[in-house]
Ligand binder design. Structure first.
Ligand code: ATP
Ligand code: MG
Length: 395
């Protein structure tokens, strides 16, 4: 290994390396349960023992890395060993995309179909235990004062929790991570697009087009973004801004993950998307990836960033068509700057966005998703026409 690599790698373990360590420790414990016998140990002793095992593994596998083990890594290891109880089998099921818990009941989406599993938990305490475990491993809060939690699970699944009194029941909604690690070729096989669009998508990335991926909830926007982003050259600085770190580029040495932070009991200064987009301008990112544009400030900041030379950037937005996504951006931007003329906003958008990919779910008569498809590929010209409208071309 070269000196440059060593210098780079000495400061942290990447997510993949952490996963490897967790898996080694888990397998050792599986083989020899006396290593962590819970019977005679307090929780603190138990975690201390785990801490030692993890440090030993890191020291032997990555001796040149000076890594500080944090509570999060220990919690994730605990989750790997003891799991999230009943949820585990569904998190591992390649055909399950979503899990919903409402008090003791569970509903899953498997192969696009909703399946009601009934009251799978014996008591509400079991559900609370799951909430606690998720809360502890995320290092975030969910309580009466802050009854919402948005986080990722140890396996990368996206999870949102809402608890009473804001809601009538405990709701845990999980977008299962399992299928996210696709290559573009896999998406062809799944019927998302054909070979012609495959080539077009590759060209877009090569020629550094700014791409907006639009679609309804669960239409596969993040999956497509993640898959396309894997074609970005590895020597670029990429800033990824998101609420929950679901976009992951493991083998990229220059990826900077920036995650928003809601207000909580511990921290009262909220960090929003727009703040993070603003910060990326100082970090000289080559490309910016905004997980999902939601608020008007973020929309405006992103458009400004894309207008200042961040070519080859990606983002997703909820919209009902490719054209609708441009309108949504306009509305968001006008909300932020109500005094700007709509033509100026259009100009900013046309310069910022080169391509919109609109995804649609094909559903059967019972509204089950059968297929996710790129329905529209819309090219947006840099200039407006003589009437001040977008010059658009559908491929
Ligand atoms: N082409 C595909 N074929 C089969 N499953 C897919 C495909 N694309 C995505 N999925 C699965 O569908 C689910 C929803 O995908 P994804 O999270 O990418 O959607 P999204 O549009 O970003 O959703 P949201 O609006 O909630 O952010 C995921 O579990 C994902 O693994
Ligand atoms: Mg998404």
């Amino acid at each position: 290994m070269g000196l440059r690599d060593r210098l780079f790698r000495e400061q942290f373990l990447n997510r993949q390396q952490e996963k490897e360590i967790i898996s080694i420790v888990k397998n050792k414990i599986k083989k020899d349960s006396t290593l962590l016998s819970t019977e005679f140990m307090s929780r603190d002793d138990f975690e201390d023992r785990l801490f030692l095992m993890i440090s030993d593994e890191i020291a032997s596998k990555y001796p040149y890395i000076e890594y500080e083990i944090n509570d999060n890594l220990i919690e994730r290891t605990l989750c790997e060993i003891f799991g999230l109880g009943l949820l585990e089998q569904y998190l591992k099921d390649q055909e399950v995309t979503d899990i919903f818990i409402q008090n003791k009941e569970m509903v899953i989406i498997k192969n696009g179909k909703k399946e009601y599993l009934g009251e799978v938990f014996n008591s509400i305490d079991e559900v609370k235990l799951i909430v606690d475990r998720i809360k502890n491993s995320s290092g975030k809060t969910v309580d009466q004062r802050m009854p919402f939690l948005n986080t990722e699970l140890y396996d990368g699944s996206r999870c949102s929790i809402v608890i009473p009194p804001v809601s009538d029941k405990i709701y845990i909604c999980i977008r299962v991570f399992n299928c996210l690690d696709f290559e573009l070729e896999d998406l062809i096989k799944l019927g998302m697009f054909d070979l012609r669009i495959f080539k077009v998508l590759k060209d877009f990335i090569k020629s550094k087009k700014n791409i907006l991926i639009a679609g309804s909830m669960g239409s596969g926007k993040t999956t497509l973004l993640n898959t396309m982003a894997k074609l970005i050259p590895k020597n670029e600085f990429i800033n990824i801004i998101q609420d929950v770190p679901e976009i992951k580029l493991h083998k990229y040495p220059y990826v900077r993950m920036l995650t928003t932070r809601p207000k909580s009991r511990e921290v009262d200064n909220e960090i929003n998307q727009d703040k993070l987009v603003f910060e990326t301008l100082r970090m000289k990112a080559d490309r910016i990836i905004v997980g999902e544009v939601r608020n008007y400030m973020a929309a405006y900041q992103m458009l400004s960033a894309l207008n200042t030379g961040h070519r080859g950037s990606f983002s997703t937005i909820h919209a009902d068509s490719a054209y609708d996504s441009l309108l949504r951006l306009e509305i968001l931007a006008l909300e932020y700057k109500p005094n700007i003329s709509s033509q100026v906003i259009k100009k900013i958008i046309s310069r910022a966005i080169d391509v919109v990919l609109f995804l649609e779910c094909e559903k059967d008569k019972d509204f089950n998703v059968i297929k996710r498809k790129i329905k529209e590929v819309l090219l947006v010209d840099n200039d407006l026409d003589e009437r001040g409208d977008y010059k658009l071309k559908y491929l």
